[in-house]
Write a protein that binds this ligand. Structure first.
Ligand SMILES: [Fe+2]
Length: 385
């Protein structure tokens, strides 16, 4: 029997369905996990761990916490006493300053920041070398980082330690080989019918400014797509030259929208931020109030900055308080969720999701629909800094 015949014989024995069945089972397991996985990670359930980079509290780390509903996120907090270690990896992530003042030395530049700011570490040829400092070691200084891991693979990120954190050296010495194990209509659909009434069919990019073509083939022939990639690269290089690496919270306006009152740090429609892989906002819910109710596919991480309350998601109530992390799971028909403030002070939280709105559409596989409007939409409530 020839080599190729033996392969055919073996395939017949195993059945080509083996792979197919495995895929079916894998997707089944994925969806089971999205129903049963842990949603809220409580700060008190996570110890501070001393690493070569400093003291870290790991909220979401797939390699350790397999019970979390989302398994593609790295979300962790760094407690900077004096300075962190220095390391190099790819960007595409953002760091929200929770408490204190300090700075980040990154590729020879120093970015000063304070609570409420968002530090952006962009994707850049060669990666990003950086180290974080607390400007007043007598005061607490903490930040929380959000990283969507599949995007890190897509840019082939390394992870290389270049210098040890001060606390690590104090505890273990400087062994560099050390490895440690406004709308009153409450009907969302009616609201959007109105909104869509005057919308025109979008003109696709390749139709812009062109004469009409006899066929799609003729239209495609008028464009050099490889050239378009180079043009896009050049446009992006120019954008990156002037892009901002720090978003100052105090400089941002508050926006009133059907989902509530928010301040946008990173958004698909912003083209001047160094990070474009994530969308990121802060939302504030006043005392005795609530967010809108939204149908949303999922895959978002929320960190509670202050206050306490609960989220009703697909009919289940999840309570939370300051310093907790909440995950919005990925369910086939999406999740329907709404946040409520049950405490005595305004609730404030950050929300982070991958920015794949063009790649997978805003609707994704579930639809993106405002089911109920937040009562704060048509109020003059303006949160402080
Ligand atoms: Fe880092």
């Amino acid at each position: 029997m020839s080599g190729i015949e033996r392969i055919k014989e073996k395939s017949r024995e195993q059945g080509t369905d083996a792979v197919y069945e495995t895929i079916i089972n894998m997707r089944k397991e994925f969806h089971e996990k999205q129903k049963s996985g842990k949603i809220v990670v409580r700060a008190e359930d996570r110890e501070w761990e001393l690493s070569r980079q400093g003291f870290v509290r790991w909220y979401l780390v797939p390699i350790r916490y397999k019970d979390n509903v989302l398994q593609d996120w790295y979300v962790f907090m760094l407690n900077i006493k004096k300075h962190s270690g220095r390391h190099r990896h790819q960007g595409g992530l953002c760091i929200f300053i929770v408490e204190g003042k300090g700075g980040t030395e990154v590729d020879g530049e120093f970015i000063e920041w304070e609570a409420g700011d968002l530090v952006l570490l962009p994707v850049k040829p060669g990666g990003i070398e950086h180290k974080h400092f607390n400007s007043d070691p007598n005061k607490a200084c903490r930040w929380i980082a959000f990283m969507y891991f599949p995007l890190w693979d897509h840019v082939a990120s390394e992870f290389t330690q270049l210098e040890l954190s001060q606390e690590f050296v104090g505890e273990f010495g400087s062994r560099d080989d050390f490895i440690m194990d406004k709308v009153k209509n409450k009907s969302g659909s009616k609201y959007f019918e109105e909104l869509y009434k005057d919308l025109k069919e979008p003109i696709t990019e390749i139709d812009k400014g062109k004469q009409s073509f006899k066929s799609r083939r003729e239209k495609l022939m008028s464009i050099n797509f490889y050239g378009e990639t180079m043009k896009l690269r050049d446009r992006q290089r120019l954008q990156m030259k002037n892009a901002i690496w720090l978003v100052k919270g105090k400089d941002l306006p508050w926006e009133h929208n059907p989902h509530g009152v928010m301040r946008w740090y990173l958004h698909e429609a912003m083209d001047d931020t160094a990070v474009r892989t994530l969308n990121f906002y802060i939302q504030e819910i006043p005392k005795n109030s609530r967010s809108g109710k939204l149908r949303y596919q999922g895959n978002a991480v929320i960190y509670i900055i202050q206050g306490k309350g609960y989220t009703v998601m697909d009919g289940v109530k999840y309570e939370w308080k300051a310093d907790d992390v909440i995950q919005l799971p990925l369910r086939r028909d999406g999740v329907i969720f709404q946040h409520f403030n049950s405490g005595d002070i305004p609730v404030r939280f950050v929300f982070c999701e991958p920015n794949l709105l063009h790649a997978t559409m805003v609707d994704r596989g579930s639809g993106f629909d405002q089911i109920e409007i937040s009562p704060d939409f048509d109020k003059d409530y303006i949160p402080g800094d």
